[in-house]
Structures are given as C-alpha cells and as structure tokens.
Design a protein around this ligand. Structure first.
Ligand SMILES: Nc1ncnc2c1ncn2[C@@H]1O[C@H](COP(=O)(O)OP(=O)(O)O)[C@@H](O)[C@H]1O
Ligand SMILES: [Mg+2]
Length: 242
C-alpha cells in the first residue's frame, strides 16, 4: 500500500498505478541495448502478459521491476517505491510487496513443501501460528494441501511450480510477477497455473507474467504487452484479440 492512497479521490482507486515506467532504457555493461525508451503503466488489479521473441527484453523488464537490474535512464515506480532513487538496503522492502514466481521454481531441495513456503514468511518475521495458518491456506489454494510433507524431488514439474506459486502468494502481495512460470511445465499444467493466477487476480492482486505460449495468450483474455528489440510495439489494454 502506498502512502498517497489516502489522498486519492474516491473512485480513482482502480486507477492506482502499481508499475510505471517513464522513458526507461537499459543498456548492459556489454553494450547491449536491452530496453529502449519504455513507457508503460500497469494499474492495480490488472493482469498483463508480456510477450515477444527471445532477446526482446522481457526478462530485463521484469528484473527492473524487482530491482535486480537498474535502469540507465528514466523513472520506474513500483508499489509506491521510486526504484531509480532506491538504495540497495531498501530493496528487501520493495521485494516484500511482491510475490515472484520463477521459471525454474527455485525450491530448496532439502526442505519439504510446507517449509519451502513457510520460509518466505520466516524471512518477513511472521510468527509460528500465522505461518502455520497461512501456509496451509496457500497450499490448499494451489491444490497441494495433501503434499505438505513431500520433498520437491517427489513432485512433478507442475506441482513444483504450484509450490512456487504458493510461496509467492503466502505473504498476500499486491503484485505477482512471473517470468515464464510455465516454461518448464506441460501444457495442461500451464493452463492450471494461469487459471490459478487469474483467480488470484480476480481477488485484486495485480499479475504480470512473461510467456512464450501463444495458446495461453489467446485463451486467457488478458492485457498483452509486446516487446520487440527493447521497445513496446503493441499493448492491448483490456485483452482484445490482436
Ligand atoms: N546480464 C546481461 N548482460 C548482458 N546482456 C544481457 C544480460 N541479460 C540480458 N542481456 C541481453 O539483453 C537482451 C534482452 O535480454 P532479455 O531481457 O533476457 O530478453 P528476453 O527475456 O526477452 O529473452 C538480449 O540481447 C540479451 O542477450
Ligand atoms: Mg527471458
């Protein structure tokens, strides 16, 4: 929640920007221009796919949002934080406002499903009782209530990604960002994961998801932001077919 929410006029709530890029460019030290003058606004409650060919700048776009990379020029605002001015020590505060889902799941192999999700809550200092309650809730939301004691290597790719989703959800973030979360799971499970994200989005969470999968983009009628060579070349707000 941002501070300026209180001073916003009634009715403008739905228009609250969660992510805003103004004239953002990113050039890596190697000289590669990954993003070139990107301007975009994603409001509270939106679901947006980010699409584009390999090398288009999609991951760079996501990394700038989580402040894993820094822009060279322009202004980025995420969940009320000005990322361009942000100091390194404030990054954890920013990350607590978002749930991140990774393509390669990034579960801790030695921890069971419950502990993998609980870990995300320990990090933010939640107490034991809250952790137990919220982890159970998150696991049943993703259909893994029965797998709490399983180890990651006993799960299918789709199940592992649902653990990743539960972990992203467990702190009730305002924003979920996912860079190709279905890249390593089979097509059926991809649909299930996007269905889950869509349900979560319907309850108010903003979702930004990179995908290569044209079928997902076609079948789920969400906003589609298309990048090509570091520029936004299409943006159909409202999920109108292209
Ligand atoms: N850490 C990095 N250092 C140098 N170049 C990079 C780095 N990460 C990405 N790039 C380059 O930036 C461009 C955009 O990459 P990326 O954002 O990963 O695209 P996408 O996710 O759409 O495939 C590519 O040309 C890629 O090679
Ligand atoms: Mg990528």
């Amino acid at each position: 929640m941002t501070e300026n929410q209180n001073i916003m006029p009634q009715g403008a709530e739905n228009e609250k920007p969660v992510i805003e890029f103004k004239g953002v460019s990113k050039t890596y030290p190697s000289g590669t221009h990954a993003l070139d003058d990107v301007n975009i606004r994603i409001n509270q409650g939106e679901f947006a796919f980010v699409v584009g060919s390999s090398g288009a700048g999609k991951s760079t776009f996501m990394k700038l949002i989580m402040r894993e990379e820094k822009a060279n020029t322009g202004v980025i605002t995420v969940n009320g934080f000005n990322l361009t001015k942000m100091r390194r020590k404030s990054i954890p505060m920013l990350r607590r406002t978002m749930g991140i889902v990774f393509q390669d799941f990034r579960l801790i192999p030695k921890m069971n499903v419950f502990d993998n999700v609980a870990f995300a809550m320990h990090v933010v200092g939640a107490d034991k009782r809250t952790i137990r309650k919220e982890v159970s809730k998150a696991l049943s939301k993703v259909g893994l209530g029965e797998k709490a004691r399983s180890m990651p290597n006993e799960l299918s790719g789709g199940e592992q990604q649902r653990v990743g989703l539960a972990r992203a959800l467990v702190n009730s973030p305002d924003l979920i960002i996912a860079d190709e979360p279905t890249g390593n799971v089979d097509p059926n499970m991809s649909y299930e994961i996007v269905s889950l994200l869509t349900e979560i989005n319907k309850k108010g969470t903003t979702v930004l998801m990179v995908t290569h999968d044209h079928n997902l983009v076609r079948d789920f009628k969400h906003r589609v932001i298309m990048l090509d060579s570091g520029r936004i070349v299409a943006d159909n707000i409202g999920g109108v077919e292209q």
